[in-house]
Design a protein around this ligand. Structure first.
Ligand code: BYC
Length: 323
């Protein structure tokens, strides 16, 4: 359907063919679609799904790292981690605002997260077992996120693409602090080298899963690419990440946990063994190592924040010009 001509798509989506053709022509010219502009209902639905899930990922993503703020090995590392976790709260805010421009309310989005209807990135359902996990998240997880988000900075929806510009700048700082830690620990004592190897071994495959299922198993990619929301596919971005990270990690003396990993001269790509997709689907359906704990932490934060929301509403009511 999504490779089909505009007439066919309009029939299938029950949209006005002329409006759809004009909309697609704007995207083809590289124009941004803005909140008040005409857009197909499916474009709006896909964006709300993706942006709200992205916002939830930023907010849930504070939990694995936040747990280490009190256990950072020195003041410099603690300050960096505090700033990083704070940035992630900010990213969640920009993204919820971007989704609100499409008509989704904050309450609806949070309700979808807290009742398990909305997803958030699979990666945050894995535990952070020791301090070197923090460096590993910075280099691998933020590195993967940057590749995806640099693509989204070029997406056709104006508010989402603009939110990505600042987010990517901050993510670059996150990635660099992680890279610096991994390099340092890989050159450190035998114990540090063993810890960083263990962390990379645990995070490698879950990081590759972050890019989503293979293109052939990705039901949303067709329409997202047709309308310029995604400009690269899940597999293309995953391959770029692998090609960047494999030589860098190997230069640190780190072994990747993949006996099938090999360099393919012909394509210039590093080829990996098969990802455990059963694990991926289990994790995104709620059955990963940390899903229950992450959701319990978010529900508690939401309940603990009730008095703040009530106080804000009471203040707004008291000062409303209508009263
Ligand atoms: N995790 O058709 P597909 C960060 C779902 S946070 C969970 O390929 P799509 C950071 C997918 O939603 C960065 N679910 O989907 C924060 C779909 O299910 P629904 C997070 C996943 O949308 C704190 C189904 O699988 N980045 O950087 O075309 C600290 C089929 O997939 C995942 C974003 O959110 C997954 N990994 O492509 C440190 C970026 N993968 O919704 C760092 C925005 C797939 O139909 N999102 N699913 O029920 C995207 O770019 C795209 O949504 C994805 C998936 C590439 C993730």
């Amino acid at each position: 359907m999504y490779g089909a001509d505009v007439e066919q798509v309009a029939i299938e989506l029950n949209e006005d063919p002329q409006k759809l053709a004009d909309f697609e022509a704007r995207i083809a010219r590289g124009e941004k679609i803005e909140p008040g502009d005409w857009m197909p209902a499916e474009y709006r639905r896909q964006l709300i799904r993706m942006i709200s899930q992205h916002a939830h990922s930023e907010v849930v993503g504070m939990l694995p790292e936040g747990a280490w703020i009190t256990r950072a090995p020195n003041l410099r590392r603690k300050l960096i981690l505090l700033a990083k976790v704070q940035d992630e709260a900010g990213h969640g805010q920009y993204l919820y605002h971007a989704a609100e421009t499409l008509g989704a309310t904050r309450e609806e989005m949070l309700d979808a997260l807290l009742t398990g209807k909305a997803k958030y990135s699979s990666i945050f359902n894995y535990p952070t077992l020791n301090w070197t996990d923090i460096g590993t998240i910075g280099w691998l997880v933020d590195g993967a996120a940057i590749l995806n988000q640099t693509m989204l900075a070029r997406c056709s929806y104006g508010p989402y693409s603009r939110a990505m510009v600042r987010i990517c700048m901050e993510e670059n700082f996150h990635k660099k602090q992680g890279q610096e830690m991994v390099i340092r620990y890989s050159q450190g004592s035998a114990r540090q080298r063993q810890m960083i190897q263990d962390a990379i071994t645990r995070w490698w495959w879950p990081t590759l899963m972050m890019f989503g299922p293979h293109d052939a198993d990705s039901p949303n990619s067709g329409v997202l690419i047709r309308w310029g929301i995604k400009t690269r596919t899940n597999d293309e971005l995953r391959q770029d990440f692998i090609n960047q990270l494999v030589p860098d990690l190997q230069a640190c003396g780190i072994q990747l946990p993949d006996p099938d990993l090999r360099y393919d001269e012909q394509s210039g790509n590093w080829q990996i063994g098969e990802i455990d997709w059963d694990e991926f689907w289990r994790v995104i359906k709620g059955d990963g190592p940390m899903n229950a704990e992450r959701m319990a932490a978010r529900r508690k934060a939401h309940d603990d924040g009730l008095w703040v929301r009530e106080a804000l509403s009471a203040y707004a009511e008291k000062h409303s010009p209508l009263n």
